[in-house]
Design a protein around this ligand. Structure first.
Ligand SMILES: Nc1ncnc2c1ncn2[C@@H]1O[C@H](COP(=O)(O)OP(=O)(O)OP(=O)(O)O)[C@@H](O)[C@H]1O
Ligand code: SF4
Ligand SMILES: [Mg+2]
Length: 353
């Protein structure tokens, strides 16, 4: 199938990449007593087939809303608008927000699978891990024998003893084992895309790295497109092909991970990097970024980062910047991106490894 690749800005610049999911003008709104709360603000992004995309941003920036939007899984009474399309390798694009409930249920497991934030606690404590797999296979009308064979293979590939895992109850497993069981479960119906929202947040640093390494290793075997969502830039930066930096419910900078890290062009991305003395730093030792996180009810006029940005001027307070190219495949939403490096120097000093 051939279709036009549209850049993150929603303009028509062609790229050689092949999008598997396209997101256009996606917004999420909650009507609340204190006013209308916009928690995803007109987001545009392409996810490329076979890539590992890292979505990074501070807590409350809208990362989970973005993940939920991909699968039309925003909780009530949130209102999701815009367009999310899944592009199969062969055949017509699928309009995700137009699917019937049963079609959406199928898409969620068999095409785009999601490990939701905090999902480790979602295991049913009265069911063995094996029963969780059987239940999922049955609910989707899949062959149990073949499915359980795949489950065993997945556990083996994730360096766990399949028989032991399938027999175990959730409380008998360590955090790392439970997380890998969740990953195996999310892959049981052969999805093409695996979205993981803070997949490792509850685990220690070593375990986080080892799980991401395992995922990286099995990605090609299972022909996966991976979307990692995390507030932890050091963890995510080592694994992602591309990074999408989220600030105030929208993307601020998108590009190849090397470009975004090596040539960070949004003052917020630079502040995020600066708050990370080096990319090996545990999150607990990171320095916070100065200023208040944005309020979803009262979005500032102009650039959403202007209340915190050292480069902000009148123009920034009035005009919301559009995406503009820094280099091929690297885009940034900032009026003064070419001044960001001088305004927000990265004083890694001797700490950098
Ligand atoms: N059910 C809800 N109703 C109203 N507002 C919500 C709801 N869930 C989340 N929000 C708000 O939406 C905004 C974005 O939240 P989101 O959970 O997407 O952030 P996040 O980037 O995933 O944060 P974290 O890193 O802490 O997981 C926040 O301001 C949050 O308070
Ligand atoms: S547009 Fe202005 S306020 Fe926004 S990030 Fe760029 S310099 Fe800062
Ligand atoms: Mg979240």
């Amino acid at each position: 199938m051939s279709h036009q690749a549209v850049s993150a800005s929603g303009t028509d610049s062609r790229t050689p990449e092949d999008p598997i999911i396209t997101i256009r003008n996606a917004s999420v709104r909650f009507e609340m007593d204190k006013g209308s709360s916009t928690v995803l603000n007109d987001v545009n992004l392409d996810i490329y087939r076979g890539e590992t995309l890292g979505v990074v941003g501070e807590s409350g920036s809208g990362k989970s809303m973005f993940a939920d939007a991909l699968l039309d899984a925003v909780v009530d009474p949130g209102i999701l608008t815009g367009e999310i399309r899944y592009h199969p390798e062969h055949g017509d694009p699928v309009d995700v927000l137009g699917l019937k409930p049963w079609e959406l249920r199928e898409l969620r497991w068999e095409t785009i699978s999601m490990v939701f934030q905090g999902a480790m606690s979602a295991f049913n404590p009265t069911m063995s891990i094996g029963e969780h797999f059987e239940e999922t296979l049955e609910a989707h009308g899949w062959d149990r024998g073949e499915g359980m064979e795949r489950a065993r293979q997945l556990f083996t590939d994730l360096h766990l003893d399949p028989e032991r895992m399938l027999r175990s109850f959730p409380h008998e497993l360590s955090g790392g084992q439970k997380q890998r069981a969740l990953i195996a479960l999310s892959l049981i119906l052969e999805p093409e895309v695996l979205v993981m929202d803070e997949p490792t947040a509850a685990l220690d640093l070593l375990m986080q790295r080892s799980i991401l390494n395992l995922l990286y290793d099995i990605k090609d075997k299972y022909d996966l497109t991976l979307v990692f969502i995390s507030h932890d830039l050091p963890i995510i930066s080592g694994f992602a092909d591309r990074l999408a930096v989220m600030y105030a419910f929208e993307f601020a900078e998108i590009g190849r991970a090397n470009d975004v890290l090596g040539n960070a062009s949004h003052p917020y991305t630079r502040a995020l990097l600066k708050s990370t003395p080096n990319l090996e730093t545990p999150l607990s030792e990171m320095r916070p970024i100065e200023g208040e996180s944005p309020d979803p009810v009262n979005h500032p006029d102009g650039c959403s980062y202007h209340p915190r940005c050292p480069l902000a001027d009148e123009r920034c307070a009035q005009d919301d910047p559009a995406f503009r190219p820094v280099e091929e495949g690297h885009e940034v939403r900032c009026h003064y991106w070419d001044e960001a490096a001088d305004a927000v120097p990265l004083d890694f000093g001797g700490d950098e490894q």
